[in-house]
Design a protein around this ligand. Structure first.
Ligand code: MSP
Length: 520
């Protein structure tokens, strides 16, 4: 049986979801949905990361308990993902009991094996990164360059993980597996970081951080966020240190991809890999680090006041479904580089690709089929003149996904629709009809509508609502696998009535209202 599994980073719940978080979940959802048309079984894991000093401090400032803060904000993430049609199979919260228990077991196992030891330590801790920073990590003012804040000097006795023991093995694995870290241009960055790697702190004194998972054999310490957070990838699938793992773990581990942001690549490609090696658990097949989403070319930050939530975009454009936003986000960054959101770009891109190109072509063609042939597909029309191009595109789109080129996949689909638009204009079925060339006219319409079935199947991962509408109009099953796509997908006989024809995507022509309201 062929399986495919994928994970996202789990988001910190000390704030509300913004479109940076949304970008990653959309990207992952699109990949998962695409592979649902290829693999027998797909598993998509997402969740929230709920422990640590930041949550503890935020909850205190709000005069609520950390758990209350986590419950409230975790729900905000779940609600947003529902709004965006993110179809994960499991949503893990690091405050879930099964997760906490397995993390404790993992810690004890590493301790028993001698991979964790206790050590007195003095270091600079950034609560934004939830990690210790070395002097070389700081900027010229001694600040954390990501959070632009001075780290705190912390002196504690903590447990340390012997990461250095695994350094050579990790380097070797990365070098031998060129697709282990993607995109490729990130590999060298990780290898450079590995050069200076040290053992890492994996616990904090409870006197300083209360909100965490207690070390079972030493209740004065709590397990420090990263070992807790990273373990979600296996606890969420039902891993157990005693070997009694659940079916999901057997079926879906190792995952095909961990999808994460570039800022946390080090934790995934070095720390997590060291921990898995120490546990004797197989390594994930690949780690894909995406770039960051900027707003109008600026970094999103609370202090700038430009943090935008996916919900506010949907509301301000009065979107009935998330398809436009999903499509835009997925195409806004190329090859793992940073991307950009702006209202204008959003509107232009989705109007051009989804409304003017794909939606309009389908609508025009169906209207002609109704006008000339009362909505009927006749046997003699079956002749798809663009079949070669279509079949080529189906292969190319899959190849793009195999290379995690999501933006490339979308542009291949739109190119196919471009081609079809050109074909319809070149062949002018309205003229053919007027000239009495009925058969030729019918064949042109058949060619377009048959191609539209393939477009719907390909774009389904990006725009599940638009594709469902297309499938309703063209009367085919949107859930078929790619291997079951036939040359001719349209049934003969009555395809559509006048009442059934409707635009599958409306242009975003509304005034850009409420852009101020978007800023949280
Ligand atoms: N909790 C950790 C991840 C633990 S994974 C075992 C964390 N949380 S986070 O909330 O800060 O970020 C969650 C994900 O969102 C990360 O992959 C991060 O890179 C991503 N993004 C946060 N802001 C982003 C943008 N502006 N743009 C794109 N992705 C961004 O890190």
């Amino acid at each position: 049986m062929e399986t495919f599994s994928i994970t996202t980073a789990i988001d910190y719940v000390n704030g509300e979801p913004h479109i940076g978080h949304a970008y990653e979940k959309i990207l992952t959802d699109i990949v998962a949905r695409h592979y649902k048309k290829r693999a027998d079984k797909v598993f998509f894991l997402s969740g929230t990361d709920e422990h640590g000093i930041k949550i503890q401090k935020t909850a205190k400032s709000l005069n609520i308990t950390p758990k209350e803060l986590c419950d409230k904000n975790s729900k905000a993430f779940i609600d947003s993902w529902k709004l965006l049609d993110i179809e994960y199979n499991k949503f893990i919260r690091t405050t879930d009991d099964y997760h906490k228990k397995t993390v404790q077991d993992i810690f004890e196992k590493l301790l028993e094996n001698g991979d964790i030891y206790k050590h007195k330590y003095k270091g600079l801790y950034c609560s934004g990164c939830e990690c210790f920073l070395a002097d070389k990590d700081l900027d010229e003012n001694g600040n954390c360059p990501i959070h632009n804040k001075k780290p705190e000097l912390v002196e504690e006795e903590n447990y340390f993980f012997k990461l250095t023991k695994y350094k050579d093995k990790i380097i070797d694995h990365i070098k031998k597996n060129p697709k282990f870290i993607q995109p490729e241009f990130r590999v060298q960055e990780v290898l450079n970081q590995l050069e200076n790697i040290e053992d890492i702190s994996v616990s904090r004194a409870k006197t300083n951080v209360e909100w965490g998972i207690e070390v079972k054999s030493d209740p004065t310490q709590v397990i420090y966020v990263w070992i807790d957070a990273l373990s979600n990838y296996i606890t969420g699938l039902g891993y157990s240190t005693d070997g009694n793992c659940e079916e999901n773990f057997k079926d879906f581990w190792p995952v095909n991809y961990h999808i994460i942001g570039k800022d946390i690549l080090k934790f995934h490609s070095i720390y997590w890999i060291g921990i898995l090696m120490a546990l004797g658990v197989e390594l994930p097949k690949s780690i894909y680090a995406h770039g960051w989403i900027m707003i109008d070319k600026n970094k999103m930050s609370k202090s700038t006041g430009n943090v935008i939530s996916p919900k506010s975009i949907m509301e301000s454009f009065n979107l009935k479904s998330p398809d436009a936003l999903r499509y835009f986000m997925a195409t806004s960054a190329i090859g793992g580089k940073d991307g950009n959101y702006s209202d204008i770009d959003f509107k232009e891109k989705v109007n051009a690709d989804l409304a003017n190109n794909i939606g309009n072509l389908l609508n025009r063609t169906l209207n002609m089929l109704f006008k000339y042939f009362d909505g009927d597909i006749k046997e003699e029309f079956i002749n798809d003149n663009l079949i070669n191009k279509t079949e080529e595109t189906i292969k190319e789109v899959q190849l793009c996904f195999d290379n995690m080129d999501i933006q490339g996949a979308a542009s291949k689909i739109v190119s196919l629709s471009d081609e079809a638009n050109k074909y319809v204009n070149d062949n002018a079925p309205w003229t053919l009809y007027k000239e009495g060339k009925i058969l030729e006219c019918g064949c042109v319409l058949y060619t377009i509508l048959n191609l539209m079935v393939k477009i719907a199947l390909l774009i389904d991962a990006f725009c599940p609502n638009i594709s469902k509408d297309m499938a309703q109009e063209l009367k085919f099953d949107i859930n078929i696998k790619f291997k079951d796509i036939k040359k001719n997908m349209l049934k003969t006989g009555k395809l559509i009535t006048k009442e059934e024809i409707h635009p599958v995507f409306l242009r975003l022509d509304s005034e850009i209202i409420g852009s101020e309201a978007k800023k949280g």
